[in-house]
Design a protein around this ligand. Structure first.
Ligand SMILES: Cc1cc2nc3c(=O)[nH]c(=O)nc-3n(C[C@H](O)[C@H](O)[C@H](O)COP(=O)(O)OP(=O)(O)OC[C@H]3O[C@@H](n4cnc5c(N)ncnc54)[C@H](O)[C@@H]3O)c2cc1C
Length: 420
């Protein structure tokens, strides 16, 4: 965060407490090395910490148990019942002390948790929320299907009631982290006679259930982040239903709005994402530009800086609205479109600016490798979590009051719809 709002006395006290906690929770000397601006000492201490077992997973557990992983969540579910600003302050401090600013269990903390808090039963909140925060239970989002991505409400995975259970059959796709997840947020069709938005129900599914078949898909980057997930007669207990039967779309909207806000707040720097920054993200970006004195490069860098500020302020407003208890609004969509396209512009520029080393590089040249990886991974940014076209449609309709898209399937039973 490069812009600063002065702390109120209450905020300053929160920041002090957080720093005090970090001093105790981290390896001795970590906080002091950062405070002294001593990068070499910090590198040494971090190495020592890693040798002693510190890693992003152990850290996830530590912060998950502290309340700081989701400071606005109610205390009884593992948060701090904090005011909206606690999110911003916590993120600033984590960034300052070069710690991961988001959870490894991103979809659990960012999407499943807020959905369960809003629509879940008391038993569900008690059962799932704390383990989401500590990353003991990782979550995935089982929404998209081969014929239903942007038009999500047309999805066809069926859930049929059988006594105290639901029996699920169908296929999901692009399910990030399914291969590592304990639970999934599943949106399934329970009434094909109703119009598409009305016949859906939302469930929690254990990924270890019999009949769940997870098949990783390889991406342009070479990694397999997401999966196809097949359901064959998978049984889900009735107690895992979230919200009413047929009210799944309303519940899913909470997940989707939180997804947009979550992706807006995420730094797209992979080092920060996975393990905490070893260096300030903006400094790392500057380091990746070989000739910063070049007048054309200077223009581009200044422009990226401006856009970065706009992005951060928008993300802050979205986080504040969410934490005030408001349903995430258009800031989520605006921020998501902007963040995705900024990341594509910046990673494209970095690759072209670096010249031939972006095309072929020595095996040991990790900077060139991560630059190319970031460029390729950025292609997904305008698709994942809702495409930029769909989000622009929503902004047009809901914010600007432009004419709505035609809805030829409005009021038509799902089973009568033409689907691809
Ligand atoms: C890296 C990655 C991770 C993902 N992780 C998950 C996950 O964990 N869980 C999950 O459920 N899904 C996940 N997704 C799926 C993602 O939500 C969908 O890919 C996305 O919603 C688009 O759906 P689609 O791929 O079916 O494309 P389509 O909906 O078929 O769209 C194809 C193209 O048509 C455009 N288009 C479609 N409709 C309109 C319209 N009405 N107006 C204007 N343009 C339109 C789209 O913008 C797009 O350019 C992930 C995707 C990616 C890339």
């Amino acid at each position: 965060m490069r812009w600063q709002v002065d702390d109120t006395p209450e905020q300053a006290a929160f920041r002090d407490d957080l720093r005090g906690w970090l001093r105790e929770a981290l390896h001795p000397g970590w906080v002091e090395a950062v405070d002294d601006g001593d990068d070499d000492r910090f590198a040494r201490i971090r190495k020592e910490a890693e040798a002693a077992g510190w890693n992003p997973f152990s850290w996830a557990r530590t912060i998950g148990e502290s309340g700081y992983a989701a400071p606005t969540w109610p205390k009884e579910y593992g948060g701090l019942s904090g005011e909206p600003w606690t999110v911003r302050l916590t993120r600033e401090e984590l960034e300052r002390y070069r710690l991961p600013t988001i959870a490894i269990n991103l979809l659990g903390v960012g999407l499943a948790g807020p959905t369960i808090i809003e629509h879940g039963t008391e038993e569900q909140r008690t059962r799932y929320l704390r383990k989401i925060l500590t990353c003991e239970e990782v979550w995935c989002q089982l929404f998209s299907e081969p014929g239903s991505g942007s038009d999500l409400a047309s999805l066809g995975t069926r859930a049929e009631r059988d006594g105290d259970e639901w029996v699920v059959n169908g296929q999901k796709v692009w399910t990030s982290a399914a291969q590592f997840s304990h639970f999934g947020m599943l949106l399934a069709r329970t009434d094909p006679d109703k119009p598409k938005h009305d016949g859906l129900t939302y469930f929690i599914v254990a990924m270890s259930s019999e009949g769940v078949d997870i098949r990783p898909l390889r991406q342009i980057t070479g990694s397999a982040e997401f999966n196809e997930v097949y359901f064959t007669d998978v049984r889900i207990p009735e107690e895992n239903r979230v919200g009413d039967v047929g009210d799944g779309w309303r519940v899913a909207r909470t997940t989707l709005m939180n997804e947009r806000v979550t992706l807006t707040g995420v730094t797209l720097d992979t080092v920060a994402f996975m393990g905490g920054v070893r260096k300030d993200a903006w400094e790392s970006f500057l380091d990746s530009v070989p000739d910063r004195g070049d007048p054309v490069a200077r223009q581009a860098i200044a422009q990226f800086y401006i856009e970065q500020q706009v992005k951060e302020i928008t993300a802050f407003r979205a986080a504040a609205a969410r934490a005030r208890g408001e349903e995430p609004g258009p800031e989520g969509s605006i921020g998501k479109v902007f963040n995705a396209e900024l990341n594509q512009r910046r990673s494209s520029w970095q690759v072209s600016n670096a010249g031939m080393t972006s095309v072929a590089w020595e095996r040991h040249d990790k900077d060139a490798e991560s630059r190319a990886h970031a460029f390729l991974r950025a292609r997904a940014n305008t698709i994942e979590g809702g495409t930029s076209e769909i989000l622009r449609n929503q902004i047009g309709e809901r914010v600007l009051g432009l004419p709505r898209e035609p809805e030829p399937d409005k009021g038509v039973a799902w089973k009568e719809l033409r689907r691809n």
